[in-house]
Design a protein around this ligand. Structure first.
Ligand code: AMP
Length: 309
């Protein structure tokens, strides 16, 4: 099958209690495509960078089966730049700098050959741009998934609600789910959010795993207990990429298969946090990934027979 990812391809500068980076490669679509490439070999991307973006990363994406006809390179302009600093708990962070640069006037042009795309992942971007992509696809994909963040809830809530009414699956974290719904209980929040449009909702809870909601069903996946989390940047995007890559490669959108896709996404996210930026994701093998999926299977596996006397 095919997976189209739309999102930022960017530079990041990250500060954690363990260290600090200069400008390194980041961006939601970068993490999503890298993660999805462990499963889906037929990928496309719609994104924009400036002429400062390194060819080496473009080559890496291409060598992993990502078609780059939809990547616009704007001569004389700068790539999106984001900088963040993590608190000691490594779960919360402050955004220090957001320089939109090429993203400010991003027109997501869909190459004609991308029109028949079965799976669409709308990475974190302005909800107007996400909506435009859905409208520009003449044939509706089998599953449209989307990520967003509190930044867009603060400045573009009405646009965000319109986009939400057009998609199937929203993937956000617990803090975002609470802000979007106004509910502190995640179960109540899931009902409010699903009433806005998406039939499926995944709420990521960082080191506490993730929840999948659909109709009356709930699935809870663990996160791998790690001794050290080095840099959580991109873990959410990596999770989404692993999830959608698995769904696209198996071409199965049943609730049962979504459970497996969540484990695939969680396994890749657990690698992402072990090094700064995309470093770990670009250095693990297919069998590293498969072994980690097995670790997840063992982690959550138990038998129980209980009978009251
Ligand atoms: P995550 O840690 O999964 O939330 O994603 C971090 C990535 O999102 C970084 O690599 C940033 O480049 C990118 N990012 C941060 N803010 C934005 C934004 N407002 N729009 C698009 N991408 C962003």
């Amino acid at each position: 099958m095919s997976l189209l990812t739309v999102g930022s391809v960017a530079f990041d500068a990250i500060e954690t209690p363990f260290g600090k980076t200069d400008k390194i490669i980041g961006g939601a679509a970068t993490y999503i495509s890298l993660a999805a490439s462990f499963f889906e070999k037929n990928q496309r991307i719609v994104a924009v960078v400036g002429d400062d973006f390194p060819q080496a990363m473009i080559d890496t994406l291409s060598s992993r089966g990502v078609d780059l006809a939809g990547l616009q390179i704007k001569q004389g302009e700068k790539s999106f730049f984001w900088s963040g600093k993590y608190h000691n708990d490594m779960n919360t962070r402050d955004t220090l700098i957001t320089e939109l640069n090429v993203l400010e006037h991003f027109d997501p042009i869909i190459p004609a050959e991308y029109q028949r795309t079965e799976y669409l992942m709308l990475g974190n971007l302005s909800p107007q741009v996400q909506k435009l992509v859905v409208e520009r696809l003449t044939e509706r994909p089998k599953l449209i998934a989307m990520d967003t963040m509190n930044f867009w809830m603060d400045i573009a809530l009405e646009d965000l609600k319109q986009t939400l009414s057009m998609i199937d699956l929203l993937i956000i974290n617990d803090e975002e789910a609470r802000q979007l719904s106004g509910e502190s209980s995640l179960v109540k929040a899931s009902k409010v959010i699903r009433a806005m449009g998406p039939k499926y909702l995944i709420i990521k809870k960082g080191e506490h795993g993730a929840l999948l909601f659909h109709e009356e069903q709930i699935f809870a996946a663990p996160a791998l207990p790690l001794e050290e989390v080095f840099d959580p940047t991109g873990a959410g995007d990596t999770f989404a990429g692993g999830f959608m890559g698995y769904i696209a490669s198996t071409n199965d959108i049943s609730f049962e298969n979504m459970k497996r896709a969540i484990i695939a996404g969680s396994a890749l996210a657990s690698f992402c946090v072990e090094k700064f930026g995309t470093e770990k994701l670009t250095n693990i093998s297919q069998s590293d990934m498969e072994n980690r999926i097995q670790q997840f299977v063992s982690l959550a596996n138990f038998e129980m027979t209980y009978q009251a006397d």
